[in-house]
Design a protein around this ligand. Structure first.
Ligand code: KG4
Ligand code: ZN
Length: 341
């Protein structure tokens, strides 16, 4: 049997996974750093890289042990090499290069954002391309036309905050803790999505771009009051907190659903793939499902456990390996997102 050992350290999760040629995930180990970044309300890059250094070897070890796979049975090493925090990416890449060199096995670089979409393939268990892909995470809100596994054309991205980042910031405003997405979703369950109507930025624009910064400010003004407006703001009761969370979530979901429909039509595709941390959101799943259904298309979501950062989704490296494509030991990380023309 041939196995892929995949390593992920692009942001604040140190992860390793073992995946066989049939794309079965034999192990998926994730060491979260949430508790380290919590008190700062966001990821601190220097702390993240240091924690990766501490976690990387135990995590790789655990992934191999859980899969009951020996290093000598590993066919290739896959590693997220772009995009992400430079210091974080370098820890994973250095570990992967060392293993590839010692074992004399191919090193396969993985684009972390493409891998978020490939997580949908792990659930579908079958070919899912061509498709339109939406990656919604803490760092990205990207729409792609995925012609094939090797061709991801970026259609549009956010011009300011990512969707997950907006969830995290709104959770901060509502004092719901970090990471904010799951907390906002939880609070929204008891809220009325139409109690407070928040703006839906760019929903009527024909550009496939997003903007969540103004929406976040609208939530801030709703909760703390507008600068220069001396009228008192309503008291922050549990119900009001739930209503703000539900109204905000509804606005984000409406924009994402509208843009996905627009992209499917424009690219003439009938399949939508959705990955990234925010793809775990149930309201997003419900509304995207309905939106896609209304135009006769179908949607594949990444399975819940592969929505937030993980190494199992780096199974996309099998596709490169089967095409005979590999990286070299002198390759480097690419922290920024490469924009297609
Ligand atoms: O994919 P991910 O782990 O990291 C990046 O690549 O950025 O996504 C993390 C993001 C965070 O912003 C988190 O708040 C958000 O995904 N998130 C959610 C939910 N679960 C995680 N947002 C909304 N609803 C959720 N259930
Ligand atoms: Zn990610």
């Amino acid at each position: 049997m041939a196995y892929l050992l995949a390593i992920e350290s692009s942001c604040d999760e140190t992860a390793a996974a073992v995946i066989d040629r049939e794309r079965r995930v034999l192990s998926n180990v994730v060491a979260s750093q949430d508790s380290l970044h919590q008190r700062f309300g966001g990821v601190v890059p220097e702390i993240a890289s240091r924690a990766h250094v501490e976690n990387i070897l135990p995590v790789i070890d655990a992934a191999l042990r859980e899969a009951e796979v020996a290093l000598c049975d590993v066919a290739a090493i896959a590693v997220a090499s772009e995009p992400g925090l430079v210091g974080s990416l370098l820890v994973g890449l250095t570990a992967a290069k060392t293993l590839a060199w010692v074992l004399d096995k191919p090193l396969i670089p993985v684009n972390h954002v493409h891998a978020h979409l490939y997580a949908c393939r792990l659930a579908a268990g079958t070919e899912i391309f061509p498709a339109v892909g939406l990656v919604v995470s803490g760092g990205h809100t990207n729409l792609y036309d995925c012609r094939s596994l090797a061709e991801f054309q970026l259609l549009g991205t956010t011009i300011d905050d990512a969707a997950g980042e907006a969830f995290d910031k709104v959770a901060g405003i509502l004092e719901l803790g970090y990471p904010g997405g799951p907390a906002v979703e939880q609070a929204a369950r008891n809220g009325r999505e139409d109690a407070i109507r928040f703006p839906r930025p760019m929903i009527h624009s024909d550009r496939l771009e997003f903007s969540f910064s103004g929406l976040k400010t609208a939530v801030l003004y709703e909760v703390k009051g507008r600068p220069g407006d001396d009228r008192p703001t309503p008291a922050m009761t549990e119900q009001r907190r739930a209503d703000v969370a539900a109204g905000f979530q509804e606005a984000v979901v409406d924009v994402l659903a509208a843009k996905c429909r627009q992209a499917l039509r424009r690219c003439n595709r009938s399949t939508l793939l959705v990955g990234g941390g925010v793809a775990a959101n149930r309201r997003l799943r419900e509304k995207l499902g309905a939106a896609v259904d209304s135009i006769g298309a179908e949607v594949h979501f990444a399975p819940g456990e592969y929505c937030t950062d993980n190494a199992a989704m780096a199974a996309i490296a099998w596709e490169a390996l089967e095409r005979g494509q590999a990286g070299s030991l002198d390759m480097d990380v690419t922290p920024g997102l490469i924009r297609m023309p």
